[in-house]
Ligand binder design. Sequence first.
Ligand code: GTP
Ligand code: MG
Length: 237
Amino acid sequence: MSNPTTPKSNQMPVGSVQCDNTTLNLLKANDFVAKAIRERLKDVCVINVCSSPGSGKTTLMQETGKRLSSELNIAVLVGDPETERDAVRMREVGINALQIVTGGMCHIEAQMVLQALDHINLEGVDLLFIENVGNLLCPAAFDLGEDYRVTLLASTEGDDKPKKYPRMFLTSELMLVSKADLLPYVPFSIEAVTKDAREVNPNLEMISISTLNGDGIDAWCNWLKEKVAAKKAVSLA
Ligand SMILES: Nc1nc2c(ncn2[C@@H]2O[C@H](COP(=O)(O)OP(=O)(O)OP(=O)(O)O)[C@@H](O)[C@H]2O)c(=O)[nH]1
Ligand SMILES: [Mg+2]
């Protein structure tokens, strides 16, 4: 579970120095709102789902909803620069979903989540996914009050991404290598990507998944159930 005393905005790759700048001050304001979200969602396990555009976030949420809705009450906030298409896709499979249209912005900010919370019914919800805008850069800096950050990296994107976009992988608890069904057809090494990602973040967990043939989906669902149970145990303590 992410530690609220070390904001994601302040975590830097090993061997780099953090400079004081305007953006950093804005991020400190974002961290303040993220803290308010954590206070408000004490009983809900919140997962911030990040990736490049098209890596399979919405498809995975749909599949997860289908598999877990009999056990867990799931809701989704989904961010996109334009359109409500992803929220519509979630609702088509019976998931309680609300679209955050960022108006062209390349990430979700905590204040957008805080506003959205007033427009979605979270009564009895165990698990709230926040599908971030497709982007491996900006979303990394914005704490959304989540308990866990999960980053998808599709096999079609290349296995060099963790070192090129380190902050995303540094600030995530889990990396999902998605579209694993395509691994036989693309030059992508699970060993290489895991090695690079763990050099960036030694604590990063990894599961390889495919929504097409079901590989890794049980492991992913078990991971989620564990995290929901852990959050409930903390909130009841
Ligand atoms: N081969 C394969 N294709 C997949 C898999 N998961 C998703 N896709 C396809 O990848 C495309 C993008 O999937 P989405 O779920 O829309 O991706 P996304 O990350 O939500 O995209 P944005 O919200 O636009 O960032 C769709 O055509 C999916 O059918 C998978 O496991 N294997
Ligand atoms: Mg999507």
